[in-house]
Ligand binder design. Structure first.
Ligand SMILES: Nc1nc2c([nH]c(=O)n2[C@@H]2O[C@H](COP(=O)(O)OP(=O)(O)OP(=O)(O)O)[C@@H](O)[C@H]2O)c(=O)[nH]1
Ligand SMILES: [Mg+2]
Length: 130
């Protein structure tokens, strides 16, 4: 089974977390996910996330602003996903969907209203505990 490493982040402001909707045409289209993406060869998870936050949302974050929150380990039919989820409360800029994706500040107590990839569901208690 192929192991795929993805870095993701919960951007948290007050009691809200930023979710991004996967665009039509991609795998798991329409589901709400944490911003992030595949870790490229030679990248640390933090460096990958800083790059993805710029590419996907147009914001700047530093490695020191990323703290470990939880991780997902989930078998999809064609690969196994290992995804550290970081917490970030401090960044520069205003997030906007730079790749045409919808984004939303979801109330941490209303995450059930956002259909998410199956890998993400075990991560939600860590968020609610914040
Ligand atoms: N960024 C992100 N990816 C997630 C989450 N949950 C989850 O299962 N994934 C999966 O992790 C994989 C990598 O995400 P990615 O953001 O780099 O993938 P991508 O947009 O290039 O999609 P692709 O796999 O269609 O090429 C995808 O298969 C995605 O479905 C999540 O909360 N955030
Ligand atoms: Mg991505």
């Amino acid at each position: 089974m192929k192991l795929v490493l993805v870095a993701a982040v919960a951007l948290v402001k007050d009691r809200r977390v930023l979710l991004a909707q996967r665009p039509a045409g991609k795998s798991l289209a329409g589901l709400w996910e944490f911003p992030g993406g595949k870790i490229e060869p030679g990248e640390s998870p933090e460096v990958a996330l800083i790059r993805e936050l710029d590419e996907e949302l147009g914001i700047t974050a530093s490695a020191q602003s990323l703290s470990p929150l939880a991780f997902a380990s989930h078998s999809y039919p064609d690969f196994h996903l290992l995804m550290p989820l970081y917490l970030c409360r401090d960044w520069q800029g205003t997030p906007h969907g730079r790749e045409g994706q919808a984004i939303e500040w979801a109330d941490i107590n209303s995450l059930d209203d956002y259909p998410m990839p199956p890998a993400d569901l075990p991560l939600l208690p860590s968020l609610r505990a914040l």
